[in-house]
Design a binder for this molecule. Sequence first.
Ligand code: RFL
Ligand code: PHB
Length: 386
Amino acid sequence: MKTQVAIIGGGPSGLLLSQLLHVRGITSVVLERRTQAYVLSRIRAGVLEQGLVDLMREAGVADRMEREGYPHTGTILAVDGESFRIDFTQATDKPVMVYGQTEVTRDLYAAREAAGGRIEYEVEDVVIDAHGPSVSYTVGGEPRRVECDFIAGCDGFHGVSRKTIPEDVRQEFEKVYPFGWLGILSETPPVNHELIYATSEAGFALCSMRNETLSRYYIQCDMSERVEDWSDDAFWAELKRRLPKEHGDALVTGPSIEKSIAPLRSFVCEPMQWGKLFLCGDAAHIVPPTGAKGLNTAASDVHYLYNALRRFYEDGDSAGIDGYSETALARVWKAERFSWWFTSLMHRFPDQSRFDAKMQRAELDFLRTSPEAQAALAINYVGLPY
Ligand code: RFL
Ligand code: PHB
């Protein structure tokens, strides 16, 4: 098979890139290891930056998001039972959009299918020749091969693309946090119309949502804990303990429809390109979810790669392609910094000294009282410019 861009991974990065290229008449094939139903069953991000919203518009897949998504102009921070609001509009003119990653992915699959886009599911044994360039794989044991001009590695943290970059070229930077997030999805109305990021002696908690009848909640937990050991009742009780009284009292509880534990990690791979292979999204970097930056940073990579490919095909200009890694990484590191900072500020660390705890409280107090500190949070949270 021949195509212009072979895309490995049918998550949000791969699908968005494929759809944007399609709008510009550039052909691609998406190779996905799982089934579409499996990809859509993963409950992940819920907050979209304006940059991603604009990319969805450019890709022609924004209609349902505009109808069903919720623009938010602020978020609540709760510290030891007292809350204050970070108003995004004081420092930026941009809201964020509350719209689930599952829905983004669903809309992208629908658009690719409507356009007759080629997606191969349940591919195995993917081998990348970054210089050929070509991609070989099997489906149901049958060998296949795609010849292409470029390869986009959009296959997430556990994919094969990153590992194709030779070890003596590839540098990896990593920080693993000593806790995870236990998350539940429940068919209950959200406790508040805006997200609540809460910290207390008992640890971090987050109240988020998908819509008026579907809530997403997280609590910081030990990585040794097991989902099976957390009954719904135990989860609700612990969440309530970590929220200000007015929110805890307002919490509507119900059975969970999904419950899982996610580890927290910061990770960056440099460079993000090798030969004709270009990494996008979780394949190249991971952030802890505290700043809601994972999907959004994947989208900024897609923005840079899509525009670089467009310039190449439309103007014969390879400057964007050549500089992709450097351009993408400059923004990636800023999202890493924000996610690391917000995580460090809001969680209880098991090895935290009494001094460390005082520093955290002083910084939170500074944030509560300083418009400039709130502006810095807002600018990063709504998303730095591309
Ligand atoms: P994905 O979504 O992991 O998709 C990669 C796809 O590649 C496939 N794949 C392969 N295909 C072919 N061959 C192989 N060898 C392959 N290996 C893997 C996989 O099956 C998969 O379909 O990466 P992508 O597209 O880069 O998207 C990244 C985002 O999914 C991720 O950054 C976010 O979900 C992170 N994240 C959040 N990000 C935000 O921006 N805002 C949030 O509010 C937010 N909350 C979250 C999150 C992630 C979480 N978890 C569980 C990790 C909350 C959670 C709990
Ligand atoms: C979510 O809704 O899943 C969510 C929202 C904000 C975050 C992380 C996750 O920072």
